[in-house]
Design a protein around this ligand. Structure first.
Ligand code: CP
Length: 304
């Protein structure tokens, strides 16, 4: 049996471990999970706003029978000068087993994991990683296409500042998918993530040949000056009805949310048969249940 203490990014998991998590996710979508986190205390600490990740972690912990505490950073003793390391030591001393952390600083969850005697789960750190979003995105694509080897997934927009893109690239590559990054130079340098992905500037040119398009929100809170005007971005990268017509009939469109109508997509995308946003959100709870179970209880069937 192999257990992982923490999940900071998807390269902390092997492809077989991710498959195990996906199999457990499918089980949890079919049947009651039982009290797999009975007696386990879970603290959720979000230093940045969240709707999807915060709510789905809370629901996942509750559905597994965990003791769930939301520790709002602004109401914690961090405001009195306690360090996050001392907070982590304090929480572990009172029996907290799992810390789910979102923070605007890259590397913050890893820092906490070094101090905390328990499991740390990265719920999104700065521009670095968002591994549970990556898991639920890959689960969604696998549900559609099965085996991912050779499948082509385009990630479009503000790649540079997107922790979602970074985790998806790591996870998709582990399954042998081809990743095509699409965006303007200010959001996607020429040599970005080489040799793990193809860099493309022209969205229209790749649309007929991809299985999935993953749109990204422009992360305006992470940079000062927009590298191109909104109008230029919309003209070149917004997915709209004209661009949807270029896609294959069985291709899907995804977005981690929150999405901005009018910017990275227009309303026609929300009516597109292949629009999978609701599936992504729906999978967020059972995927996180499966991850929590894996971290705490291990995976009996896996060989290290
Ligand atoms: N996708 C995502 O991380 O959404 P939230 O910021 O609402 O958690």
């Amino acid at each position: 049996m192999r257990t992982r203490r923490s999940l900071i990014d998807l390269d902390d998991l092997t492809a077989s471990e991710m498959i195990y998590i996906f199999e457990r996710t499918a089980d949890f979508e079919q049947e009651e999970p039982g009290s797999l986190l009975d007696g386990i205390a879970c603290v959720n600490m979000f230093f940045e706003n969240s709707t999807r990740t915060m709510t789905s972690f809370t629901l996942a912990e509750q559905r597994l029978g965990g003791n769930v505490i939301t520790l709002w950073p602004k109401e914690s003793s961090l405001q009195k000068g306690e360090t996050i390391e001392d907070t982590a030591i304090t929480l572990a001393a009172m029996g907290v087993n799992i810390l789910v952390i979102r923070h605007p600083e890259d590397g913050y969850p890893r820092r906490v994991a070094l101090a905390f005697d328990g499991h740390v789960i990265n719920a999104g750190d700065g521009t670095h990683a968002h591994p549970t979003q990556g898991l639920l995105d890959i689960y969604t694509i696998r549900q559609e296409f099965g085996e991912l080897r050779g499948r082509r997934v385009a990630i479009v927009g503000d790649i540079l500042h997107s922790r979602v893109a970074h985790s998806n690239i790591a996870g998709l590559r582990a399954f042998g998918a081809e990743v095509i990054l699409v965006g303007p130079p200010g959001f996607l340098p020429d040599d970005y993530m080489q040799p793990h992905a193809e860099v493309v500037r022209d969205l229209d040119s790749i649309l007929p040949d991809v299985d999935a398009v993953m749109l990204l929100r422009i992360q305006r809170e992470r940079f000062k000056d927009m590298p191109l005007s909104d109008e230029e971005y919309i003209a070149r990268y917004r997915l709209d009805s004209k661009r949807l017509k270029r896609m294959r009939d069985d291709a899907i469109v995804m977005h981690p949310g929150p999405y901005h109508r009018g910017m990275e997509l227009d309303a026609s995308v929300l009516d597109f048969a292949g629009w999978r946003y609701a599936n992504q959100v729906m999978h967020g709870v059972p995927v996180r249940m499966a991850l929590l179970d894996f971290l705490v209880n291990g995976a009996r069937a896996l060989v290290a």
